[in-house]
Design a protein around this ligand. Sequence first.
Ligand code: SF4
Length: 223
Amino acid sequence: MEIKRETLADTSSLRVRQHQARDLLRGDMGDEELERYVEERVLTTTVEKAVGWAQGNSIYPLTFGLACCAIEMMAIVGARMDVARFGWEAMRASPRQADLIILSGRVSIKMAPVIRRLWDQMLEPKWAISMGACCSSMGVFNNYALVPADKFMPIDVHVPGCPPRPESLMHGILKLRDKIQGHSVEGWRERYAATGTEELLPDAADLGTANVNVFKPGDTAGA
Ligand code: SF4
């Protein structure tokens, strides 16, 4: 980074600002000048946006890893990715102090209740990222022993890949930050008006929209 030192070129501007502040306090400022003064200095927002901004820049992730994806997840706190740039680096050892869980790896049916308990112990507001193909769709181990995370808890962002590189997780983190701050991007189906591309179960019409794109309860498809 280049550091440039410059002398204060216009010392009179400080005097001008001092005079403006004095006029403002005395009530001597004209309407037009007052309006311009306020426009240059006042920022308005809503409480929701301010809270969203603060929350999105101060996430405490749970110190939690499941499998090989966890190694990639650990890389985000290193100097190369440096998740601290976004205020997400303070990993917590207790779910009661965390507001994000990154499911980094495959989830076995035996492990699912443990994860669900950790999730339930986290206080609201809380978020979840499903990292890697295993966690989202059982990935290369698509068999009876594994379960996708959406089956037992809500997931905010899915990060695809096997394993996803730390850059991919960072992309997911920024997407989640957008969501927390209230300006989440639309999914690709909405963006490209790609209706009709959903995977439908053969009897989906009878079961209702809740069964679109998911297996039926107890379905062992792929086993
Ligand atoms: S998605 Fe790949 S890297 Fe991640 S847990 Fe599964 S097998 Fe491992």
